[in-house]
Design a protein around this ligand. Structure first.
Ligand code: ADP
Ligand code: F6P
Length: 320
């Protein structure tokens, strides 16, 4: 392979820049021309790409966001959109593409691979919801951001003897909520993967800790459950504890990537180019048990990821 492209797609994630850097540098040192494709699949359909060099990716490893910009592109899902992207690859001589994004982005990468443009998917999403991967680029930074933000909320919650009900991102997945809930010492964690009952899992738990002298409370709610304003009102009514709702929002997606995100993104970017160099496409590079592995994209999309129910039990047992 002599010419490849790299794009970022779907919701951005801290560490995407480190992955782009690794892809560009690995390609360059192996004599492969590399093109940065702007705004995900939109750039591929519209021919918005430019050649990158060793120096194009200087000073980006520590930056959040993505220097290639990102987008969700419904047009790419159509036959016409897909054909336009393939035509651009042919006319510009792009022989393979590294796609950094989530599940939806991998579907696009699979479809392109099946149509003769080998693609490698790299898991880039704060949600950590990609089945074949223990870990996704951006998750660690996001976890740390949530922790820092909730620690700040805790300060004021404690000063006022309040309960704070905090919604964290994760689309329909509860990995961020469960793990951050443990990291901030939440009294209660509500996630879509585990059945819950507000009376039993929130109100009763608050009463249980009140008996041991606790006067302020953190409740973490996954985005997939939502309704934090209503929940805050109900808690206040039933417990007489003054309660505030907080939606952390997009602050969770930004910021300088942690060391873990930078290292994993670099490993994955390197692995992606090594696969393309062997003419291999239609693979997702993943991290499993701290090892870099790769899966057929179709197989990866069929897999399902379970929540660690032991973690949930630990959270319950020690939030007393
Ligand atoms: P994420 O990949 O972060 O989950 P999206 O689901 O929005 O984000 O998908 C990102 C990109 O993947 C979009 O540009 C969209 O066009 C493309 N995509 C999503 N689903 C498909 C599909 N079934 N076939 C082809 N492309 C898809
Ligand atoms: O997939 C990443 C994510 O931040 C989800 O956690 C969230 O549901 C979604 O993207 C938000 O998307 P948008 O940036 O379009 O509001």
């Amino acid at each position: 392979m002599k010419k490849i492209g790299v794009l970022t797609s779907g919701g951005d994630a801290p560490g995407m820049n480190a992955a782009i850097r690794a892809v560009v540098r690995t390609a360059c040192v192996n004599g492969i021309e590399v093109y940065g494709i702007k705004r995900g699949y939109n750039g591929l359909m519209n021919g918005d790409l430019e050649q990158m060099t060793l120096r194009s990716v200087s000073d980006i490893i520590h930056r959040g966001g993505t220097m290639l910009y990102s987008a969700r592109s419904p047009e790419f899902k159509t036959e016409e959109g897909m054909q336009r992207a393939i035509d651009v690859c042919h006319s510009r001589g792009i022989e393979g593409v590294v796609v950094i994004g989530g599940d939806g982005s991998f579907r696009g990468a699979r479809d392109l691979s099946l149509r003769g443009i080998p693609c490698i998917g790299l898991p880039g999403t704060i949600d950590n919801d990609i089945a074949c991967c223990d870990y996704t680029i951006g998750y660690d930074t996001c976890m740390n951001t949530i922790m820092q933000m909730v620690d700040r909320v805790r300060d004021t919650s404690e000063s006022h003897d309040r309960c704070s009900v905090i919604e964290v991102m994760g689309r329909s997945a509860g990995y961020l909520a469960l793990n951050s809930g443990i990291a901030v010492g939440a009294t209660s964690i509500l996630i879509p993967e585990i059945e819950y009952d507000i009376e039993r899992d929130v109100i009763e738990r608050m009463r249980r800790t009140q008996k041991t002298g606790k006067r302020h409370f953190i409740i973490i709610v996954a985005e997939g459950i939502g309704g934090v304003e209503e929940l805050a009102k109900r808690i206040e009514k039933e417990t007489s504890v003054e309660t505030r709702a907080v939606v952390l929002g997009h602050v969770q997606r930004g910021g300088s990537p942690t060391s873990r995100d930078r290292v994993v993104a670099s490993q994955m970017g390197y692995a992606a180019v090594k696969l393309l160099m062997q003419g291999i496409g239609n693979r997702v590079v993943a991290m499993q048990k701290d090892q870099i592995v790769d899966y057929d994209i179709f197989e990866a999309l069929q897999m399902s990821k379970t929540i660690n129910s032991e973690l949930y039990k630990i959270a319950y047992d020690i939030s007393i």
